[in-house]
Design a protein around this ligand. Structure first.
Ligand code: PXP
Length: 261
C-alpha cells in the first residue's frame, strides 16, 4: 500500500505569520527519505495554504510523484494543466469549509467534470476523483474514464473518533454523531462495510482505489486492512505528530502501522 503525504499543513503554519517559514518544499526530501511514495498538495481557490509558487516548485523539484488536489474551477484547472503534476485529484471545494467536507457531487456536475477530465487527459495527467463510497458514484467515475478514485474516509474517521474519544476528528456532522456507543459501533461497522464494498466495486470497474481524509495513528489500520485499497493520502495527523517527533519519525510511525495491516 502506497502512502501519499499531504503537506498542506506546513503551509498553514507558514501562513500563520505570512512569512516564508516553514517552506513546504523543504518537506519533500524528508518525505522521500522516510519512505513516502507521493506528495499531495491542495491548491485551493482561496490559496489559504499552498500558493501557486509552492505548487510550481514542488512539482518541478520533487523526486516523488505529486498528486495535486484541486476543484473543477476553470482557472485552477488551467494552472494545473500548466504545472503538469503526475496526478490531479478533483475535490469539491467550498469557501467556508475548514477542510474538504465530502466527496464530489458528480451527478450534478457531470458535464463540467467530464470536460475537465478530457482536458487533463489531453495534458497527459492522470485523474482521480474524490468520492463517497457509493455504487452510483463509482459507476459515474468509471464512465468518466478516470484512472483512480479516492474514497472519502471522513465519515468513518468521525464515527471512530466519537466512539473512542467522544470528539469528532474532523469538523462536520458532530451533532449527528452524539449517539449512544452501541449505535456508534453499528455505524462504524456499516461505514467500513461501505468502504469495502465500494473498493471491490471500483476494482471490478477497472479503477485504482486510494482513500483518505481524517486518517490517523488510531484508525488507519481499519482502512489499510481493506483489500484492494492501494494508496492512502494522509495529512493532518502526520504533520501534527511531526511537531513533536519530526517529520521523518511521524512518517515512519504511520508506515509501520500501514505495513502491519
Ligand atoms: N485526501 C483528500 C482528497 C483531501 O482533500 C485531504 C485533505 O486535504 C486528504 C486526503 C488528507 O486529509 P487529512 O488531512 O485529514 O489526513
Amino acid at each position: 500500500m502506497l502512502l501519499g503525504v499531504n503537506i498542506d499543513h506546513i503551509a498553514v503554519l507558514r501562513e500563520a505569520r505570512k512569512i516564508n517559514d516553514p517552506n513546504p518544499l523543504d518537506a519533500v526530501p524528508i518525505c522521500k527519505l522516510a519512505g513516502a511514495d507521493q506528495i499531495t498538495i491542495h491548491l485551493r481557490e482561496d490559496r489559504r495554504h499552498i500558493h501557486d509558487n509552492d505548487a510550481k516548485v514542488i512539482i518541478n523539484q520533487s523526486a516523488l510523484p505529486v498528486n495535486l488536489e484541486c476543484s473543477i474551477n476553470e482557472d485552477i484547472i488551467d494552472i494545473a494543466c500548466e504545472l503538469k503534476p503526475a496526478r490531479i485529484t478533483l475535490v469539491p471545494e467550498n469557501r467556508e469549509e475548514v477542510t474538504t467536507e465530502g466527496g464530489l457531487d458528480i451527478k450534478s456536475n457531470y458535464e463540467k467534470i467530464q470536460k475537465v477530465i478530457k482536458k487533463l487527459h489531453k495534458h497527459e495527467i492522470e485523474v482521480s476523483l474524490f468520492i463517497d463510497p457509493n455504487k452510483e458514484v463509482i459507476e459515474l467515475s468509471s464512465k468518466l474514464n478516470v484512472e483512480w478514485i479516492e474514497i472519502h474516509t471522513g465519515t468513518f474517521a468521525n464515527i471512530y473518533a466519537m466512539l473512542n474519544s467522544g470528539l469528532a476528528n474532523t469538523h462536520h456532522t458532530i451533532k449527528d454523531l452524539e449517539l449512544p456507543k452501541t449505535e456508534l459501533k453499528k455505524r462504524l461497522q456499516t461505514s467500513i462495510k461501505e468502504i469495502k464494498k465500494a473498493t471491490k466495486y471500483a476494482i471490478k470497474n477497472d479503477l485504482k482505489v486510494a482513500a483518505g481524509h481524517g486518517l490517523n495513528y488510531q484508525n488507519v489500520t481499519l482502512i489499510s486492512d481493506i483489500e484492494g485499497i492501494s494508496e492512502l493520502n494522509i495529512g493532518q495527523s502526520i504533520i501534527a505528530r511531526s511537531v513533536f517527533t519530526g517529520l521523518h519519525t511521524a512518517i515512519n510511525d504511520m508506515q509501520d502501522l500501514i505495513k502491519k495491516a
